[in-house]
Design a protein around this ligand. Structure first.
Ligand code: NAP
Length: 245
């Protein structure tokens, strides 16, 4: 039985990832920042879908100590930790000249530095187990850029570089490190966008629709599996054809 921690699994894409791993028989640590009731609901659904063990853990990942502690707690509660999905993320969108220091710092802390802190802890545990999977949820905007999101794009592009570097460090140890880059996915994050912005995105997406959280979750579950053992350092776009390669 594999044991997985999915950060930010109270809602949205993280919730879909937790539920997909539950269907595949993983023991799970469901994580939230402030929304405990939603995390408890994810946990109940995960159990009903077949997860043999589910724990619910809260942590503000913008706090480095809390991020490190979360990994230790998940490991202790599940009796091991083989899969870490760094999914939690925030936006503080505005044009660069209006962007406050706090907007920059909050996004870098939550979307980039937190992943350094959780991954460093998890890799130590995975090295002992000689098996591990780290999957970082970045974004297509980390590849393409996007106006109004200099902080978010910098964090998500940084995460792609971090993924490549850490993948190379631990490739001989049975540990893979990959990124999944969702395009525009139906969630609370994109529900905040103005209608005109969504219409413009739809015009650009070859598939002609937004993605669903479940479609991102399937890609994550594949990368977490034994079948993906020879894939590391990659960024898999789940974006309806938006990103050219
Ligand atoms: P969402 O619905 O807004 O959910 C965000 C999750 O992150 C929630 O579980 C939230 O916990 C958690 N979180 C927020 N701030 C946190 C903090 N300081 N510490 C710890 N956890 C925190 O987001 P989503 O749309 O599912 O996005 C999930 C990931 O996919 C993010 O990394 C996002 O950047 C990425 N992504 C999303 C899209 C998209 O179109 N939606 C596209 C590309 C990439 P609470 O519920 O407790 O607040």
């Amino acid at each position: 039985m594999r044991k997985a921690l999915v950060t930010g699994s109270s809602r949205g894409i993280g919730k879909a990832i937790a539920l997909e791993l539950a269907r595949r028989g993983y023991a799970l640590a469901v994580h939230y920042a402030g929304n405990q009731a939603a995390a408890e609901a994810t946990a109940a659904e995960a159990k009903s879908l077949g997860a043999p063990q589910v724990v619910v853990l809260g942590a503000d990942l913008s706090n480095p100590q809390a991020a490190q502690k979360l990994v230790a707690e998940a490991h202790a509660a599940l009796g091991g930790l083989e899969v870490l999905v760094n999914n939690a993320g925030i936006t503080r969108d505005t044009l660069l000249i209006r962007m406050k220091d706090e907007d920059w710092d909050a996004v870098i802390a939550t979307n980039l530095s937190a992943i350094f802190h959780t991954t460093r802890e998890a890799i130590k545990l995975m090295m002992r187990a000689k098996w591990g999977r780290v999957i970082n949820i970045t974004s297509v905007v980390g590849i393409l850029g996007n106006p109004g999101q200099a902080n978010y794009v910098a964090a998500k592009a940084g995460l792609i570089g971090f993924t490549k570097a850490v993948a190379k460090e631990y490739a001989t140890r049975g540990i893979t490190v990959n990124a999944v880059a969702p395009g525009f996915i139906e969630s609370d994050m994109t529900a905040k966008l103005p209608e005109a912005v969504v219409a413009e995105y739809l015009r650009q997406i070859p598939a002609g629709r937004l993605g669903r959280p479940e479609e991102v979750a399937k890609a994550v579950a594949f990368l977490a599996s034994e079948d993906a053992a020879y894939i590391t350092g990659q960024t898999l776009c789940v974006d309806g054809g938006l990103t050219p390669h």
